[in-house]
Design a protein around this ligand. Structure first.
Ligand code: ADP
Length: 536
């Protein structure tokens, strides 16, 4: 057995590589004569591409990652494997920091992987640590995780990532590994350029994931959208008549308020679901995530602030209650389903009204940026184009997988029946026709709604103030999703009471060991349903 295979087994407990690409990437990193660019879907095991080489190298691998929460997850996971990894961050107690620094300054440090944010690596306090390691030839690799954050074309642009190009130049003898989930070609080019990668060897897996089934359901055509979602969840978690407690799921919503409404409605129908968004107290957010990770709650209803780096293999479905803001984001978010390779479902509950709202918000944001800069930039047009790609994905009569692969510059895949269109094109057409008829009929009715100065609904116009905008992945920063309105505390209390009631029912409900109760059997729900329901 080679040293690489032995290390794979002894340090990580894996018998084999997940894919040929993973193995090739690890070998290229270990060889160390070229920079390496790993572009693989979420869940394909990118981290191993630098973690395994880190274990085989003499020194320390410096890993740049965008979020402290993400770093903590990684470090904990590595420590569970007895791999010496740690992070230096602003939340670290002074004593821990002192111990880490002492190890880094020692002749032969025990640490193998050191995780930091881009802000930390650029801070003056961190510089001596870096130069110290470099002068003793103890810096084995520089790994840049979530490298798409360096690209202004990407959906998670972080200005601090731009400084990493300079860092890379200041470490000429240290091989760099950039890692990102599947990205469009222009983002990949931008990453290589901005990080100043030297003749990088690229390892990319195909965009197409045959275990994911994509479909689009027009929300406005549904009589009872929440019940529809509820049925979808039950089917995908194979609960009810079949084997119980298999997997979990994510419902993405655009706004905080919507998360709470959908979680409330699902819980009312008998699915224990928790909301997750940046407007919650940190402790509630952490609890929601932990409950979901541990399977206590099967469904999390979240804004996009949830999910980056969430490593859960058995996500059986990802439903978008609101359309995603770009096809690239959608691929990332929906790609959290089926990491274990088992059949999983990705659904968008599409609504032309959502489209209108998002279109407005995106253009408003673009206009704001342009006004601030005083000029137009290419990426402004790009965010509009990326959204249009998402809209086409929902409105086109064509294979959903082919649309995604085409967007990322990949070849047309052999979908088989892994999307609604390839499964039943007539049904997709029928849905589109019904939606067109409905929009003609309701057009007049809609125009009687109170509208803002730009012709949009007042609620939407009030976007930033009332929490109708987007949330970004990085929790500290929100985009147009300001403070919640005054009713939020009340709503949360109402939801909390209902949740507790459902929990109790679950405990007493005979034979129901999973997060479901039979709604129809439980009268107290009637009581709950007569309560004031939060507005969507
Ligand atoms: P990514 O960064 O691509 O989203 P991760 O590195 O978080 O993916 O890996 C996803 C999951 O796959 C993790 O649970 C990891 O332990 C597992 N994994 C990685 N490599 C292998 C392998 N060779 N065999 C089995 N599981 C693996």
């Amino acid at each position: 057995m080679t040293a690489i295979k032995t290390a794979l087994k002894t340090h990580f407990g894996f018998e084999s590589f997940r894919s040929q690409k993973q193995e090739d990437a690890v070998k290229a990193v270990v060889k160390g004569d070229r920079d390496v660019f790993v572009c693989m879907p979420t869940g394909s095991g990118k981290s191993l591409c630098y973690q395994l080489p880190a274990m085989l190298a003499k020194g320390i691998t410096l890993v740049i990652s965008p979020l402290i929460a993400l770093i903590q997850d990684q470090v904990e996971h590595l420590r569970d494997l007895n791999i010496p990894a740690c992070s230096i961050n602003s939340k670290l107690p002074v004593e821990d920091r002192r111990l880490i620094m002492a190890d880094l300054e020692s002749e032969s440090p025990k640490l193998k992987l050191l995780y930091v944010t881009p802000e930390m690596v650029a801070s003056p306090g961190f510089k001596p640590c870096l130069t110290g390691l470099l002068s003793r030839s103890l810096l084995s690799y520089l790994a840049v995780d979530e490298a798409h954050c360096v690209s202004q074309w990407g959906h998670d642009f972080r200005p601090d990532y731009l400084k990493l190009g300079e860092l890379r130049s200041s470490l000429p003898g240290v091989p760099c590994i950039a890692l990102t989930a599947t990205a469009p070609q222009r983002v990949k080019d931008d990453i290589a350029k901005s990080l100043r990668l030297r003749l990088p060897l690229s390892f990319a897996t195909p965009v197409f994931r045959s275990n994911l089934h994509y479909d689009v359901v027009y929300r406005e055509l549904l009589e009872d959208p929440y019940r529809h979602l509820h049925t979808y969840i039950r089917e995908n978690l194979r609960l009810g008549d079949g084997p119980k407690g298999q997997g979990c799921g994510i419902v993405y919503c655009r706004t905080r308020e919507c998360c709470e409404t959908v979680a409330y409605q699902l819980t009312k129908l008998g699915v224990l679901a928790k909301p997750y968004h940046a407007g919650l107290k940190a402790v509630d957010r952490t609890e929601a995530q932990t409950d979901w990770m541990q399977g206590k709650v099967l469904v999390i209803v979240a804004t996009i602030s949830f999910g980056m780096g969430v490593d859960k293999a058995n996500v059986r479905f990802v439903a978008h209650w609101n359309v995603a803001k770009s096809l690239a984001s959608y691929y990332q978010e929906s790609g959290r389903a089926g990491r274990d390779g088992l059949p999983s479902s990705c659904r968008t509950y599409y609504s032309p009204r959502d489209k209108e709202q998002l279109n407005f918000l995106i253009r408003k944001e673009v206009a704001r940026k342009q006004a601030k800069r005083g000029s137009e930039k290419e990426q402004d047009k790009s965010s509009i184009k990326d959204f249009e790609a998402m809209v086409s994905f929902c409105e086109q009569e064509s294979c959903r997988h082919a649309t995604i692969s085409n967007f990322f510059g990949d070849q047309k895949p052999d979908c088989g029946s892994a999307c609604d269109y390839c499964q039943d094109p007539k049904a997709v057409r029928a849905q589109l026709e019904k939606a067109a008829t409905l929009s003609t009929k309701t057009g007049a009715a809609q125009s009687t709604q109170p509208r803002g100065p730009f012709g949009f609904d007042r609620d939407l116009y009030a976007g930033g103030r009332k929490g109708y905008g987007f949330e970004r992945h990085d929790e500290e920063e929100t985009w147009g999703s300001g403070d919640d309105d005054d009713g939020s505390e009340l709503r949360r209390k109402e939801f909390g009471d209902l949740f507790k009631k459902q929990m109790k029912l679950r405990k007493v409900s005979e034979g129901h060991k999973n997060s479901f109760v039979r709604p129809d059997d439980n009268c107290p729900l009637k009581e709950a349903s007569s309560q004031k329901i939060p507005r969507l």
